[in-house]
Write a protein that binds this ligand. Structure first.
Ligand code: LLP
Length: 419
């Protein structure tokens, strides 16, 4: 991660030593780099070449208002999955006209809010939802822009919990049923058919699953044309992976070059392309800073008990995910340096952040858990009545507190004692 580098043997976020942030704001602490956000956006922007490309940031990865604001200023749209996320986009100054609304369980109030805000499109995930969107739009006397999320039945070859394009999962409609459902949509006067979408999974490190999906979508788009349905956009979802360790990556340019060429070959070069990247926009723009509370040297295992826990970063517990760990002020590692499991204070054996890491640690040391910009804070909980950690955004030598640490009192402030 180029924006988290060692200077004078101290890990920095841009120009700021992480040790300084820990002193000022305490730990655990999420620290983000503004330049990393800009660079991630830039890699998509240039990949768009001179085509119509709309990047709808998959904000479930990190929905802090300051981060949404930064992306909105750069010109992104947003992929939302709830009324709550829509409210965040609006609060951050995002353009609802660049919002696509995904998710299998859209409620009436959420559909109303999205129609009122004027979203670009509903990514409809079932026939029942199509009917509901049509009814709500009719009642509000507006036309709802819709795209059908199709399930292309391709294997994204990633973790089963984050693979979403296979036949047997809950997302989208089977692609062979799409022509019939589009015909139904055509018959509903309160709907305006604008596109088609898919999202095949997350942390994808190969182009081929995308191209397999694209192939099927192109066939569908051509068949729909015959049926008198002319789409204006094609949304290929998110999913590009990031480097947690030594993964080889697909860049936005590699992906889009292939996409554009396949579309051109099929006479579909005019389509607007929508992407919904989440992780690749923010994942390596953040670290989780934590302090070693205790070291525990056992017969078979050594534990470093740190002040961050599964409630701050659940990815290791949930997906067996590997995050690299750096000592903020590292000491040289020798043959006798122990290997530690880094665990949190939570009362669960699953509460671990990293395993078997050779680090020369002392009590009180600071460590940084890397690649914690995506699916870290947004999946955080208050389990064990642990206040959620503060979030900091570093911009060069400037530091912005973008979410203060929660207080213990606030965690139960709305609870009521019995009479
Ligand atoms: N679009 C849709 C419809 C999605 O469901 C997702 C992510 C995205 C876009 C963004 O995907 P990305 O570019 O971030 O891969 N919590 C898991 C990841 C869950 C992804 C869910 N859907 C993790 O920590 O690995």
């Amino acid at each position: 991660a180029p924006h988290f580098q060692f200077q004078n043997n101290t890990l920095h976020a841009e120009q700021i030593p992480l040790s300084k942030l820990a002193e000022e704001f305490g730990t655990p602490l999420y620290v983000y780099s503004r330049q990393a956000l800009r660079d991630a956006w830039e890699s998509y922007r240039v990949a768009g070449q001179d085509r119509k490309l709309l990047v709808c940031y998959g904000m479930k990865a990190n929905s802090n208002l300051a981060i949404l604001q930064e992306f909105a200023r750069l010109g992104t749209g947003f992929d939302i999955v709830s009324g709550g996320e829509l409210a965040r986009v609006i609060a951050a100054g995002g353009d609802p006209g660049k919002v696509v609304f995904s998710g299998v369980g859209k409620q009436v109030w959420e559909i109303e809010a999205a129609l009122k805000a004027g979203v670009k499109c509903f990514n409809v995930e079932s026939e029942a939802e199509l009917e509901r969107v049509a009814q709500v739009a009719e009642r509000m006397n507006v036309k709802a822009p819709v795209s059908l999320r199709v399930n292309p039945d391709v294997d994204a070859r990633t973790h089963p919990y984050i693979s979403t394009g296979l036949k047997d999962n809950k997302f989208g409609v089977p692609i062979d049923q799409a022509p019939r459902i589009y015909a139904r949509a055509q018959a509903l006067p309160s709907l305006n058919i604008v596109g088609v979408d898919c999202h095949i999974g997350s942390q994808i490190t190969e182009v081929s699953p995308y191209l397999d999906a694209l192939d099927k979508l192109i066939k569908l788009i051509l068949a729909l044309k015959e049926q008198g349905v002319n789409l204006t956009h094609l949304d290929l979802g998110g999913g590009l992976g990031i480097r947690y360790t030594d993964e080889t990556l697909v860049t936005p340019t590699q992906l889009l070059t292939e996409v554009f060429s396949a579309l051109d070959t099929n006479g579909l070069g005019h389509l607007e392309i929508v992407l919904e990247p989440g992780r690749s926009m923010v994942g390596n723009a953040g670290v989780l800073l934590s302090r070693v509370e205790y070291l525990k040297h056992g017969e078979t295992k050594n534990f470093a008990i740190i002040d961050a826990a599964m409630n701050d970063l659940i990815r290791p517990t949930l997906y067996d995910a590997w995050h690299s760990v750096e000592a903020v002020e590292p000491r040289p590692v020798t043959e006798t340096t122990p290997r530690y499991d880094l665990v949190g204070p939570i009362c669960e054996s699953g509460d671990w952040l990293a395993r078997d890491r050779q680090l020369e640690l002392k009590q009180g040391d600071l460590i940084a858990i890397m690649s914690a910009g995506a699916y870290a804070f947004t999946m955080a909980s208050q389990y064990n009545t642990r206040p959620r950690a503060a979030e900091i955004l570093v911009d060069g030598d400037q530091v912005h507190l973008i979410r203060p640490r929660e207080t213990v009192d606030s965690l139960f402030a709305t609870e009521r004692l019995l009479p």
